[in-house]
Design a protein. Structure first.
Length: 431
C-alpha cells in the first residue's frame, strides 16, 4: 500500500550511505509504476539506482526514519538536563518488554496534579502478558477532600493535554512532530513558559515500540492494528493503549485537572499538507465552534497545515480509533483530534494544485512547534470565551469546517484581519 501511494502522490523514496549520512530523494525520472505480466498484471513499483561507490553501505527508506533507539537516546539526553518542569515515567512494558515512555511537561509545582487528594498514576506493569482486562488493573480514583470548596478547586484547575504518536510504526513524520513540540515546550520561549504555567502536557512519543523496532508499517508484534482496538483493549494484546486509556480516564476524574484535548498524531500516504479529523457534538454548536478553533489557529501559524482539509469525521470504519473511542468515553469537556500530516509535501496553490518542496525533518518539527503556538492562543483566552472566533484576531479561515451537520452550519464570522509577522515573534494574543 505505501509503495502504491508513492506513485499516486509523486512521492519519492530516499537513500543514504554510511558515509553520506544525509537522506536524499531518488529523482522522479528513475521511478516506474506499471502493470507487470510476471505478477498476473498486478501493479508494480520499481526504481533504478546507480551504486557509485562499491565500498559504501546503502540504505533506502520510504520516509525519514525515526527509530526506537533514537527515541531512547533523545529521551535520556533531555532527562539528564534535570529540568524542573519535565518528568519521564515508565507507563508500562510492551509485549516484548520495551518501554512505553510518558513525558509530563508543566510548571514544577504541577508535576503531581492532585497529589494531596488523588492518585493519578497509572499502574506500571513490568510484564504486559497478564490476561487481566483494563478494568481489573485500573486504580480507584478517590474523591477530593471535603474541606476544599468548589471555588478553590476552580481556581487551581489546570488544563491537561494528552498527545500520542506512532501507533502506526511506519508513520515516522508523527515522531518528528512530537519531537519539535517537546523541544519547544521545554525551551525558554515566552509561549512555552506560559503554557507550562497554565497547562499540563502528557506526551506519549511512541505508542507502538515493538512495531517500530521490528520495522512494521502498521501493526504491532502480534499483527494487530492498535488504532482499531481502543474501545476494548487488554493487557495481553494491547498493553500500550490499555495503559494510555487508563491514564486518560483517570485524568478525566481528577478534581484539579480539566482534560481539554486528546490528540493522536499520524502520517498520510496520499494526502498533502497537514489536517485534522474531529468528532462532532451534534447537541452543542458552541462546542463544535470550539473544536474548530485549534485547527484554525494552526493553519495561521504553520504553512504546512491547512484548515480547508480538516473535517468532522464519522466514518464507521474508524470507530475503534483513539479519537472516536475516547470521544465516546470521555465527557464533553475533552476535544479529540486525529492529526494527519503528509509524507511528501504541501500544496502551495490549491486552485492550480501546485505542490511545494518535499518535506524535510525540520518541516515536521516546525509543525510541532506551531502546535504549541496555537495552544498558547487558545489558553490565553478565558474558557467561556474560547469558542468565539471573534476573540482571535487575525484568523483568515472563518467558514464552517467540512463534515458538519447542515443544521449546525453558521454564517462565516466577519473580522477585521491584522497582519502578523511570525518571524518577529508577534502573537495573535500578547503574552
Amino acid at each position: 500500500y505505501p509503495l502504491c501511494a508513492l506513485a499516486v502522490s509523486d512521492e519519492r523514496p530516499m537513500v543514504r550511505t554510511n558515509v553520506r549520512t544525509g537522506w536524499s530523494r531518488i529523482p522522479s525520472q528513475q521511478m516506474f509504476y506499471y502493470r507487470c505480466s510476471r505478477h498476473k498484471k498486478r501493479h508494480c513499483f520499481s526504481f533504478t539506482f546507480h551504486f557509485d561507490e562499491s565500498n559504501e553501505e546503502y540504505f533506502f527508506a520510504y520516509s525519514y526514519p525515526y527509530t526506537y533507539t533514537y527515541l531512547q537516546k533523545w529521551l535520556h539526553s533531555i532527562e539528564l538536563l534535570n529540568l524542573p518542569f519535565l518528568r519521564r515515567d515508565l507507563l508500562c512494558r510492551t509485549v516484548l518488554q520495551r518501554r512505553l515512555d510518558l513525558l509530563t511537561i508543566t510548571g514544577s509545582g504541577n508535576l503531581d496534579p492532585g497529589s494531596d487528594d488523588t492518585d493519578v498514576k497509572t499502574t506500571q506493569r513490568e510484564t504486559a502478558g497478564s490476561n487481566k482486562d483494563e478494568q481489573d488493573g485500573a486504580k480507584t480514583i478517590s474523591n477530593c477532600k471535603d474541606n476544599k470548596t468548589e471555588e478553590s478547586l476552580k481556581s487551581t484547575k489546570k488544563a491537561a493535554i494528552v498527545l500520542t504518536s506512532r501507533i502506526h510504526p511506519g508513520e515516522t513524520p508523527a515522531s518528528f512532530i512530537i519531537h519539535g513540540l517537546v523541544e519547544f515546550l521545554i525551551s525558554d520561549h515566552p509561549v512555552a513558559q506560559f503554557l507550562r504555567d497554565e497547562c499540563i502536557f502528557y506526551v506519549i512519543p511512541m505508542l507502538n515500540p515493538d512495531g517500530v523496532f521490528l520495522g512494521n508499517y502498521r501493526c504491532n508484534v502480534l499483527g494487530l492494528d492498535l488504532n482499531r482496538h481502543w474501545r476494548n483493549p487488554n493487557w495481553r494484546s494491547h498493553p500500550t493503549i490499555t495503559a494510555v486509556k487508563m491514564l486518560i480516564r483517570q485524568l478525566s476524574h481528577v478534581s484539579t485537572v480539566v482534560l481539554d484535548y486528546f490528540i493522536d498524531i499520524h502520517a498520510h500516504t496520499t494526502a498533502t499538507n497537514g489536517f485534522v479529523y474531529c468528532n462532532e457534538f451534534t447537541a452543542d454548536s458552541n462546542k463544535n465552534d470550539l473544536t474548530t478553533v485549534f485547527p484554525r489557529l494552526l493553519d495561521l501559524y504553520s504553512p504546512d497545515f491547512t484548515f480547508d482539509k480538516c473535517k468532522f469525521c464519522r466514518n464507521p470504519k474508524k470507530a475503534g480509533s483513539g479519537r472516536r473511542a475516547m470521544g465516546d468515553t470521555l465527557n464533553d469537556n475533552t476535544i479529540c483530534y486525529t492529526l494527519e500530516v503528509s509524507y511528501y509535501c504541501s500544496v502551495v496553490d490549491t486552485k492550480s494544485n501546485i505542490k511545494g518542496e518535499p518535506y524535510t525533518e525540520e518541516n515536521y518539527r516546525d509543525m510541532g512547534k506551531c502546535m504549541a503556538r496555537a495552544f498558547g492562543d487558545v489558553f490565553q483566552t478565558t474558557r467561556d470565551e474560547r469558542w468565539k472566533l471573534g476573540v482571535y484576531q487575525g484568523l483568515t479561515k472563518l467558514g464552517p469546517m467540512k463534515g458538519m451537520t447542515k443544521k449546525e452550519k453558521k454564517e462565516p464570522v466577519v473580522l477585521q484581519t491584522t497582519t502578523i509577522d511570525l518571524e518577529k515573534e508577534e502573537y495573535l494574543i500578547p503574552y
